[in-house]
Structure formats: C-alpha cells, structure tokens
Design a protein around this ligand. Sequence first.
Ligand SMILES: *[C@@H]1O[C@H](CO)[C@@H](O)[C@H](O)[C@H]1NC(C)=O
Ligand SMILES: *[C@@H]1O[C@H](CO)[C@@H](O)[C@H](O)[C@H]1NC(C)=O
Length: 143
Amino acid sequence: MESWFKTCCICILLVFSFVTPTYSCFIEIHWRIFITNTITDNIVAHVQSGDDDLGNHTIPFNTNYSWEFCRRMDRRTLYFGSFWWGSKFQTFDLYNKDIDRFYHTSDARDDNCYWLVRPDGFWISRRNLAFPDSWNIMRSWTN
Ligand SMILES: *[C@@H]1O[C@H](CO)[C@@H](O)[C@H](O)[C@H]1NC(C)=O
Ligand SMILES: *[C@@H]1O[C@H](CO)[C@@H](O)[C@H](O)[C@H]1NC(C)=O
C-alpha cells in the first residue's frame, strides 16, 4: 500500500474519531428521540421501525423514554410509535424524513428531538423548553 494512502486513511479515521459521538455513527447523523410523559398516569409506548422493534415500554408520569439511531444516508429511516393511555390509543410516525427536515438543527451531527405526551395529545420540539415554548401539536389521542 502506498504510504500516502495509509497516512490518508489514518487521518480520516482520526477525524471521525473526534467528530463521532459516543453512539458510533460513521458519517450518518446521530439522532436521539425523547418521549416525556406529562400525564399523571402510566402510558405504554411501542416504538418500531422496519427492522428495529423496541417493544412495549411503560412510561410513568414525568419520566422520559428515549432511543437513538444513526440516520440512514438515503434518509429512509422511519420510526413509528403506538401509545396506550387507559382506553385511549394513537399511532403515528415519531421520526421520518419530514421530521428530520423540520427538526434537524443545521450543522448538528448529533441531534435530539423531543415528544411531549399530554392529555390533549402529542407535541414535538427540537428543544426541550418549558411547555408551551417551541412545542407544536402533531396528534391528539383517539376517542
Ligand atoms: C403492548 O401494550 C399494549 C397496551 O397495554 C397491549 O395491548 C399490547 O398487546 C402490548 N404488545 C405487546 C407486543 O406486548
Ligand atoms: C428528559 O430528558 C431531557 C434530556 O436529557 C431532560 O432535559 C429532561 O429534564 C428529562 N425530563 C424528565 C421528566 O426526566
């Protein structure tokens, strides 16, 4: 192997070892999605994508549930969630390419997105500010 090539490879690896966050994504963007339950009751959340099923999780009042992933280069990463609160239910996309477009902080390689679950529905924000600053409602509960 040419020595310039080796040097080049080592440089590239060094650069990535600095820019890559703790969760190891290579050149993809690292996303962490938080779901905070503000309902004074347990809710159950089931997050899944085509090839990643995170299973059922109970989220007690005033706690977070989060998961992370490396966004696919073709931006086809999609996670949807199903939620149960007593007899109420809802299911929708928690992360898809539109959410990526609207909620990605430009230049960030390590991005967060926040969902707030309230009795009136599901709110999203790119920052975890005190409600209602910066939050947008995306869905209500069924029935
Ligand atoms: C997840 O929880 C909901 C609500 O409690 C339940 O109806 C559903 O069957 C559970 N799914 C699995 C795979 O356990
Ligand atoms: C949820 O996680 C975010 C980000 O780490 C944090 O700022 C927030 O205080 C947490 N909320 C709760 C209710 O634990």
